[in-house]
Write a protein that binds this ligand. Structure first.
Ligand code: SAM
Length: 344
């Protein structure tokens, strides 16, 4: 397979992906399967099975290289559940060998439910993965397994988290989607978990991206409430943002031990600083989680478009990135794909 040169002098389009609002896009999220071994109640209806096709590992690599040649510096592999994907370790090894336009290594991360991490953490680290984010929606086994609908999953994921930390896939982040009445009783437990397990716990406001119909404004636990509840047990202190496109508001505790992040796309949307673009498992570009249109990059690739034509297509697609989402506004429409099929 021919490599795509990241040399900016070979590009007809300007080297950096920039949308019509001047936002520079440097963060690519790639779904490498939309299969998942969990059926989290807020995400899935309960049916297993892939809905969209998957590309070969070589094809993902080829498409990702096009983006890297346009200024992407960070790639996050996701799904579905990316650890289910055959060829993952080889894909990570190839990606880890890529250089950005600025001749630096890619920042390479992966989001997982952690179920298979116990055995895969060390090989992934050895292949060049920098970090993982593990999704955990509870810190007690019964609540956790009521949400995942997989018996024994809590202990399995805990082993995975510890294996990832031991392998050096750090800083290790734990993402928890909070839903009122489902797991909001876990907030204080997660604050203790962050300190005891030396992980960054990030709470995420629930977005209307589920397969079924669960979302309502009332089910969202907003940032202010999370901060107030943790603060009643352990006072929180604001931490400065590391860069303008950071999605999480960061906090530590008064003794400096532990970190909490809160990602508040509903109550405090951060679209104005968005630096992300997504590639679905079947090779479609999504310029926003809530896009109503998808852009068929893989279709053009299959039809024989040249690298230069594909880069121009990516460039023009990014220019049309949506200004913001419209969650909670009259006329809001859920996208046709749900989170598990887009890639979170
Ligand atoms: N299977 C992997 C995992 O569990 O992390 C990756 C895919 S999963 C779709 C990515 C993240 O999206 C998870 O942290 C999940 O909790 C989150 N998520 C799923 N549905 C969501 C929703 N409607 N709102 C906010 N986050 C959601």
């Amino acid at each position: 397979m021919a490599a795509v040169s990241p040399n900016p002098s070979t590009l007809t389009a300007p080297a950096r992906l920039t949308d019509s609002l001047g936002r520079v896009i440097h963060d690519l999220r790639v779904s490498i399967t939309d299969r998942c071994n969990y059926k989290c109640v807020y995400c899935r209806t309960g049916e297993f099975g892939a809905q969209y096709p998957e590309l070969s590992v070589e094809e993902y690599l080829r498409l990702i290289k096009l983006f890297v040649g346009l200024g992407i510096t960070k790639v996050r592999l996701t799904g579905g559940e990316p650890l289910l994907r055959r060829g993952l370790v080889e894909l990570v090894r190839e990606l880890a060998g890529l250089r950005t336009l600025w001749d630096e290594p890619l920042d390479l991360a992966l989001t997982t439910n952690g179920h298979l991490l116990d055995t895969l953490a060390a090989p992934l680290k050895a292949a060049g993965l920098d970090r993982v984010t593990v999704s955990m929606d509870a810190v007690d086994a019964p609540t956790f397994e009521r949400i995942t609908r997989v018996p024994g999953s809590f202990e399995t994921v805990l082993r995975g988290v510890r294996a990832a930390r031991a392998a050096g896939l750090t800083p290790l982040k734990i993402n928890c989607v909070l839903l009122r009445g489902f797991n909001d009783d876990q907030i204080e437990g997660f604050a203790r978990f962050a300190r005891e397990e030396d992980v960054v716990v990030r709470f995420i406001e629930f977005m209307p991206l589920e397969e079924g119909r669960l979302w309502s404004p009332e089910i969202v636990v907003p940032l202010k409430e999370i901060v107030a509840r943790i603060g009643r047990v352990l006072p929180l202190i604001d931490m400065p943002a590391r860069d303008a496109s950071e999605t999480a508001r960061r906090y530590t505790f008064s003794d400096g031990v532990g970190e909490i992040g809160i990602i508040a796309p509903v109550s405090q949307a951060f679209c104005g600083a968005c630096s992300r673009v997504r590639l679905t498992s079947d090779g479609k570009i999504r310029t926003c989680l809530f896009s109503q249109v998808e852009h068929d990059l893989y279709g053009r690739f299959r039809a024989g478009a040249s690298d230069e034509e594909l880069r121009d297509y990516i460039f023009r697609t990014i220019e049309g990135k949506e200004a913001r989402h419209h969650i909670g506004e009259p006329g809001f429409l859920k996208p046709s794909r749900s989170m598990v099929h887009i890639g979170g």
